[in-house]
Write a protein that binds this ligand. Sequence first.
Ligand code: 5GP
Ligand code: MN
Length: 348
Amino acid sequence: MIKIDANTSGVIHDLVSRSSKITTVSHTHPDGDAVGSSVAMACWLKSLGKDVACIFPDSIGSNLEFIFPSDIRKSTIVCTEDPKGAEARIGESDLIFCLDFNAFNRTEGLAGMLASSKAPKILIDHHLSPDAASFDVCVSETAVSSASELAYYVLMTMPETGGKASRLPAGSAKALMAGMTTDTNNFANSTYPSTLRMASELLDAGVDRDSIVAEINWCYGENRLRLIGTAMKDLMTITPDGVSYIILDKATLDRYDVREGDTEGLVNMPLAIRGVRMSIMLKQDEGYFRVSVRSKKGTSANTLAKESFNGGGHELAAGGKLFFPKDIASPEDAAAYIEKVTKDFFAR
Ligand code: 5GP
Ligand code: MN
C-alpha cells in the first residue's frame, strides 16, 4: 500500500514553491516509464508557471514521442545531441527531479553534471538499492509498478490536486498512464492494488487509454516483426538450465535497421516457454553489449545482472553491459560467457 508521508510531500511542495527553474532527469536509453514520469512532472510544474526542462542522457525512441505535448518536447534536451545545453541547464536549475533511476551512473553523460550541481534533488524511483546519499529527498519504493505510479501518488498529495486525478494537467495524466502501461507490459507484471487504483482514477479523469495502448503497440515498422521472426527461429538458444539467450550482433542489427525501441519486449518472449526460467538478450554496441535479463518468480534477474553484467535493476527485470575486451575477449565469445555464468548461477 503506497503512502507518501505528509512530511515528504510537504518538503517537495516547499522546494517546488521556492524554485523557478526546475529540471527533470531520467536514465540512459529512456523507456516509457522514464519518459512518462518525466513528462508528467514537467506538465504539472509548467501548470504551476515554472520554467521547466526535461533532460535525457540519450535519444528517445520514436515510439515514445506520443507521450510529449509539443511545448514539453521543445524544452527537452538530449545530452548526446546537446551536451553543452544539458550542462548549462543543470547548472542553472534551482531544483532537479530525478525519475526512474537509483544512482547518478544510470544517467551516463549527465552523472558528472548531477554530482557537481548544488541544486536540491528529489528522487522518485522504484529500483532496488537507491543511492540515497546523492538525493535531498528520496521517494523510493519497489512494491509499485513504475516511477510513473509513484509520481502519480506524489502528485495526488500536492495541494493543487488535492487527491483528485481530474485536477492533473491532461498531459500529466496521459504520461502517467503511458509510463505505467509500458513498465507493467500492459498489466502483465508488477501490477499492485495501487497500480489498478491509479489506472482506475486516471480513466475516471478521462484519460484515453485505448489510444495510449494503440500508440504503444501499433507503432512499429515491418523491420521489428522480421527481426523477431529471425530471433525466435534462428537466434534463440535454450540451455539445459532453462535459460534462453538471444544475441543481436552488429550484422543482425544492421540487417534489420534496428533503432531504439525496435527490440522493446523481445526479451520477455522466451519466458512464454514453460521450462524457461530466465531470458537474456544482448544487443551489440561500441565496445560492449547492452544486456537485458528477465526471469520468472524464484529466479533473480537482478542478481545475475549485478554479478555478471555490470548492472542491476529489479528482481525480475534487470539489465547491464558486457564489455569487450574487458569481460570477454571479443563479441564472438558472448555465447560462451552466458553459458558459463548462467551454469554457475544455477549450480549453487
Ligand atoms: P531493460 O532490459 O528494459 O533495458 O532494463 C530492465 C531494467 O534493468 C530497468 O529497470 C533498468 O533500469 C535496469 N537496467 C538496465 N540496464 C541497466 C544497467 O546498465 N545498470 C543498472 N544498474 N540497471 C540497468
Ligand atoms: Mn521504471
